[in-house]
Design a protein around this ligand. Structure first.
Ligand code: SAM
Ligand code: SF4
Length: 440
């Protein structure tokens, strides 16, 4: 295969975890054709810009960043746009940014090699915008840049219809990979030296094995944990309606399955949840929390909350604050409601002003900060296993994550710890991280 371009990577996505997987999946196709990743977009002759449209600002930023790329195109570089904004805006991107040559949605990444051939042949505008809805979702090769934790998408798309969300439009309906193909890839990952895998999906626990094995999600977790060399298994994001007792059972019976569940509530008010079309009530959600809290070992719970959904009253918002109090989350991602194209909530009345959304967000975050401060302080004196992933510039200072996904910064006199699992005793804590010392 000819090697015509070097590739520059740029990613603008909503959240850390998902963004890494997105950025790395799509690069696999061009890499398999012999392309080479370069350090920065400046050094590249082909720039693939990965995008997310989950909130409005992210989509707006794409166009302003594309404006910055205009000069690069005139310097002879080829610019491509990938991801959800590509899927959502389609050929409109060529209208607004005529210097772009490639627009490819996430469902069409497998077509990237073909699209690149078309560019190499001199085509000026190529697109991959099908939703590939009848195909089982498969990835052929995934590039990963974290040397210890591998991200692995097991289910694409979403069959839910939350009133605020663009995902069903941009990523299409749910498609799961076969359990055999997932397990084969996990074995390859373990052989490459990865010890932690994180299974990904918009609703990861809605996983439905399309093969005759019909493996349940909880069974898949257990089989992944059984792969030789795998020491930690994570999964995100779980949808409350599909969160079942057998998942808790799997965590209880297998310590390699991390004691952390990310279970987005979005709101504490049943009225708002109904308007959001979230398929559960506050009470139903709290039953799932009670199920997790009843597990034989403590499981950390984190969540996503949206404030300022159209029609959210002060009483509704108070119910969200009281949900935080009731559940005692260990972490929270919180967002101001952002109107998205094609979504049902776009035409809902009673929009909340930006100022009021900001006020509610600040109150919510302060409440959660207090909860985390108390919960983390209660861990002082306990010892946790940490997968070491960072070395501070300060001498003998290291950092990593516990199984519960807390950040633990610690002191150790050992010389090389990156990628190792060590026992660390917690001495003190802040709202967002713990501080401790390695125990020998
Ligand atoms: N599938 C996951 C679920 O059901 O909870 C969430 C996936 S979404 C990529 C991540 C988070 O973005 C959501 O949980 C929600 O809190 C937030 N989000 C999605 N659409 C939003 C919108 N229109 N405005 C504000 N936040 C939004
Ligand atoms: Fe969006 Fe709802 Fe699907 Fe999550 S479950 S991706 S919030 S539609």
């Amino acid at each position: 295969m000819s090697k015509t371009f070097d590739i520059g990577l740029e990613s603008l996505t909503g959240r850390g975890v998902a963004s890494q997987a997105l950025a790395l999946e799509w690069v696999s196709a061009p890499l398999s054709r012999g392309y080479r990743q370069v350090e920065s977009p400046e050094a590249a002759s082909l720039i693939l810009y990965n995008t997310c449209s989950i909130r409005e600002k992210a989509a707006q930023k794409v166009f302003s960043r594309l404006g910055e790329y205009r000069a690069k195109q005139s310097e002879g570089r080829i610019i491509g746009v990938l991801g959800c904004v590509a899927q959502q805006e389609g050929e409109e991107i060529f209208e607004r940014a005529p210097w772009v040559s490639l627009v490819c949605g996430s469902a069409s990444y497998r077509k990237l090699p073909e699209l690149l051939s078309q560019l190499e042949a001199g085509n000026r505008r190529v697109t991959g915008l099908d939703n590939d809805t009848d195909e089982t979702f498969e990835t052929e090769m995934t590039r990963r840049d974290n040397p210890w934790r591998a991200y692995l998408t097991i289910i694409e798309g979403c069959d839910k219809a939350c009133a605020y969300c663009v995902v069903p439009f941009t990523r299409g309906p749910e498609r799961s990979r076969t359990s055999d193909s997932i397990l084969k890839e996990v074995k390859q990952l373990a052989d490459l030296g990865y010890s932690e895998v994180q299974l990904l999906g918009q609703t990861v626990n809605s996983y439905a094995d399309p093969s005759s094995r019909k493996m349940r999600f909880s069974e898949l977790l257990l089989e992944v944990a059984d792969v030789t060399g795998i020491r930690r298994v994570r999964f995100t994001t779980s949808h409350p309606s599909d969160f079942t007792q057998d998942i808790v059972g799997a965590i209880e019976s297998q310590s390699k399955i991390c004691d952390h569940v990310h279970l987005p509530a979005q709101s504490g008010s049943t009225r708002v949840l109904q308007a959001m079309q979230r398929t559960y009530t506050r009470e139903g959600y709290l039953e799932k929390i009670a199920m997790i809290r009843a597990a034989k070992r403590p499981i950390s719970i984190t969540t996503d909350i949206i404030v300022g959904f159209p029609g959210e009253t002060h009483e509704d918002f108070d119910e969200t604050l009281s949900l935080l109090e009731d559940v005692q989350y260990d972490g929270m991602f919180s967002f101001k409601y952002s109107p998205r194209p094609n979504t049902p909530s776009l035409s809902m009345n009673d929009a909340i002003s930006e100022e009021e959304k900001g006020r509610r967000l600040a109150i919510l975050q302060e409440k959660q900060r207090q909860i985390q401060t108390v919960r983390n302080a209660a861990l002082a004196g306990q010892t946790f296993e940490v997968l070491v992933s960072g070395k501070s510039r300060r001498e003998n200072q290291w950092s990593g994550h516990t199984s519960s996904h807390r950040v633990l910064n610690f002191t150790s006199m050992q010389k090389e710890l990156l990628g190792h699992y060590v026992q660390v005793r917690v001495a003190s804590a802040g709202p967002n991280s713990l501080v401790g010392e390695q125990v020998t």
